[in-house]
Design a protein around this ligand. Structure first.
Ligand SMILES: C[S@@+](CC[C@H](N)C(=O)[O-])C[C@H]1O[C@@H](n2cnc3c(N)ncnc32)[C@H](O)[C@@H]1O
Length: 298
């Protein structure tokens, strides 16, 4: 797909892209960008300096553009998610050992093992915590991440026949990519990292929790802090601030009048897209979710 989409002359800008192993997101994540990738790739700037993805989630865009000669800043507010990335980068073989154990035990008795693991929170080290996080993500309902007031994960088991809990090959490739790209990887609010670090010529992909399309499609809580319309307004202000700094910014969000209004200065640089969304409480609303891709460069 890459070679079809890349225009001649652009390859150079992607540096050592062809030397990095191909891998895909290790989590099923609400708002995951796999379906939108062809359109996102087409809209990416052909030249840029460092890469920022401050609403990281499964990191589909990062894994596409990762290369060993580019500095990247990867962050998210979800501490379990970022811990899992760090463990994949630094301790992948230990992680694989524990995931294989979870895979075996889950296969023996899925429901019993799922709830046993979900309710086990005390005294886990960071590698055990990452293995628990990945196992629950692969086996829970729709890959949803939801915690109660005490921060305990409370999503029920999903309906999977043979979920692949330990994708050894992909985890090893991810580990190489994360080590090669010399990335900053951390828990951070998007504002802090961008205000402190982003500079002229950097490319920033913003994929915030979506503003809901309708009252029933209000899935915006990936951590225990929701992302409100006030947060969306603040994000639009940051988008403008980054534009003044001459950063190249691409943002995805839902195709609603409210979001279009927030970015009306960039309407000539806004495109619509349609993707199938699986995280929705109403089955019939899972198809044809409309999204916007808004950028501040030509
Ligand atoms: C739409 S998802 C990103 C999906 C991602 N692009 C992918 O390919 O999977 C939004 C992410 O933003 C994170 N998030 C929510 N509020 C945040 C904040 N204030 N700062 C940084 N990250 C935040 C959530 O934890 C979630 O992982």
């Amino acid at each position: 797909m890459r070679s079809q989409i890349m225009k001649s002359g652009e390859r150079e800008n992607y540096g050592l892209l062809y030397q990095t192993p191909r891998c895909h997101p290790f989590v099923k994540w609400a708002g995951g960008k796999s379906q939108l990738m062809p359109q996102i790739i087409r809209l990416m700037p052909s030249k840029f300096g460092r890469y920022f993805e401050p609403f990281l989630g499964g990191g589909a865009v990062f894994f596409y553009i990762a290369s060993s000669d580019r500095n990247t800043f990867l962050s998210d507010t979800n501490t379990d998610l970022i811990n899992a990335y760090k463990v994949i980068r630094n301790h992948v073989e230990d992680l694989i050992t524990i995931l294989r154990y979870h895979q075996t035990e889950y296969n023996k008795s899925p429901i019993r093992y799922y709830y046993q693991l979900r309710d086990r929170t005390n005294s886990l080290n960071k590698i055990e915590n990452a293995a628990r996080f990945i196992t629950l993500n692969k086996t829970c309902y729709n890959g949803l991440y939801r915690v109660n007031k005490n921060g305990s994960f409370n999503v029920p088991i999903g309906r999977y026949k043979n979920p692949l809990i330990c994708d050894t090959d992909n985890l090893r490739k991810m580990s190489i990519v994360l080590r090669q790209s010399g990335s900053y990887l951390g828990v951070s609010d998007y504002k802090k990292i961008l205000v402190e670090k982003a500079d002229k010529g950097d490319f920033i992909y913003l994929d915030p929790p979506f503003y809901p399309i309708s009252n029933t499609a209000n899935f915006t809580s990936y951590t225990n802090n929701g992302f409100t319309f006030e947060d969306q307004k603040e994000l639009a202000i940051i988008f403008k601030e980054l534009t003044k700094r001459r950063c190249k910014v691409l943002l995805s969000n839902s195709n609603t009048d409210e979001i279009r209004r927030l970015y009306s200065d960039f309407s000539h640089l806004t495109e619509a897209a349609i993707v199938n969304r699986s995280i929705n409480s109403i089955g019939s609303k899972r198809i044809g979710h409309k999204e916007l891709l808004i950028r501040n460069y030509t």
